[in-house]
Design a binder for this molecule. Structure first.
Ligand code: NAP
Ligand code: ZN
Length: 350
């Protein structure tokens, strides 16, 4: 079936309306009418070919929420009318050790991304949530229990939420820990909310003076403007854990220096250009670590959604019409969004 979408035919043209094909739901498929889709910096990196390997036409979007409009014969967990979500993955091998542990994001045969990944469907690569409808195997569909009026603000949890929740859990963030979150964008603002809800003391690091006050409202007890060396120095050697969400190449030493002995700086940002090589002495003399983390598995994504519903956590969003997407990208590039753009997918119909 043909579905209205928005995408790009090349990396240097604006996004434009595009008709895409969705498969008829198979036995284990759930068909979803997309209500809202969050705008992740990964969408921008991909559509503008900053990461190499983008296949065109490219329809981004992996922070998807909507309503089930049909289910296949063997689907047991969902029915027509349910409110559901889809994040960054729509499939994985289901056979490897990582899939067996529910860590589909580390699938040893490569998970299938919600966009830009090989698929049997036309045109041979997946197309994401900047579209009216999507068809996904029920294993990769999430239940949403937040009140329906919060649905637009739930969308960013499907990537920004899980990408920050998973490392916070993995490194056992909780009461008594001092945690830093670097870069207060879509991911970072969720990192602050989640680390605060887990009971940690949270310090936010930003390059934007304009976010100094706003970040306190997210749950940070202090905000540091990272360009200010004296402000940074005041926190030397005091952090148990720092989550770095910055989408651009920068000096990591400024942050490893803030870790205690045995502290970890975990990177989730995937910049177009490499970071300068870190100072190894700073790591060695305090047994500090630099680590990375990728989104989260399906079970953990459901756990995060349930945790957020219970604690009343959603994303702070600015809603846009699909026709504003290029302006939104330009503003996101400048760090000018508090804190996530979300597309109203009904604007695709116009
Ligand atoms: P975003 O909303 O653009 O936020 C990134 C923030 O980084 C900006 O708001 C800004 O915060 C800061 N920043 C940007 N440019 C900077 C620079 N040159 N120097 C220092 N700080 C800078 O992006 P996002 O959607 O949160 O995504 C962040 C990164 O994570 C992207 O690279 C994205 O592709 C990646 N990502 C990774 C995963 C994963 O699984 N690991 C999942 C999703 C996204 P301030 O204004 O506060 O400085
Ligand atoms: Zn994302």
């Amino acid at each position: 079936m043909s579905v209205k979408a928005y995408g790009a035919y090349t990396c240097d043209n604006p996004l434009e309306p595009i008709a895409i094909r969705r498969r008829q739901p198979g036995a284990s498929d759930v068909q979803i009418e997309i209500a809202y889709c969050g705008v992740c910096h990964s969408d921008l990196h991909t559509v503008r070919s900053e990461w190499q390997g983008t296949v065109f036409p490219c329809v981004p979007g992996h922070e998807i929420v909507g309503r089930v409009s049909a289910v296949g014969g063997s689907v047991s967990r969902f029915k027509t009318g349910d409110i559901v979500g889809v994040g960054c993955m729509v499939d994985s091998c289901q056979n490897c050790a990582s899939c067996a542990e529910g860590l589909e994001q580390y699938c040893e045969n490569g998970f299938t991304g919600t966009y830009n990944a090989p698929t049997a469907d036309e045109p041979g690569h997946t197309m994401g949530g900047y579209s009216e409808r999507i068809v996904v195997d029920e294993k990769f569909v999430l239940k949403i229990t937040h009140p329906e009026e919060q649905l637009a603000a739930v969308a960013p949890l499907l990537c920004a939420g899980i990408t920050t929740y998973s490392p916070l859990r993995h490194w056992r963030v909780g009461p008594g820990m001092k945690v830093g979150v670097v870069g207060i964008g879509g991911l970072g603002h969720m990192g602050i909310k989640l680390a605060h809800a887990m009971g940690a003391e949270v310090v936010a690091f930003t390059t934007s003076d304009s976010k100094r006050e706003a970040a306190l409202a997210l749950g940070a007890s202090q905000v540091v403007v990272s360009k200010n060396k004296d402000e940074m120095k005041a926190h030397s050697g005091t952090f148990d854990f720092i989550l770095n969400t910055v989408a651009a190449s920068h000096d990591l030493d400024a942050f490893t220096a803030l870790l205690k002995r045995d502290g970890t700086l975990t990177l989730v940002g995937v910049p177009e250009h490499a970071h300068p090589s870190p100072n190894v002495a700073s790591l060695i003399f305090r047994r500090r670590a630099i680590a990375g983390s990728l989104i989260g598995g399906i079970a953990e994504t459901q756990e995060m959604l349930d945790f957020c519903a219970e604690k009343g956590i959603v994303s702070d969003i600015e809603m846009i019409n699909i026709r504003e997407i290029d302006t939104a990208y330009d503003r996101m590039q400048k760090g000018d969004v508090k804190y996530r753009f979300v597309i109203d997918n009904t604007s695709l119909a116009a």
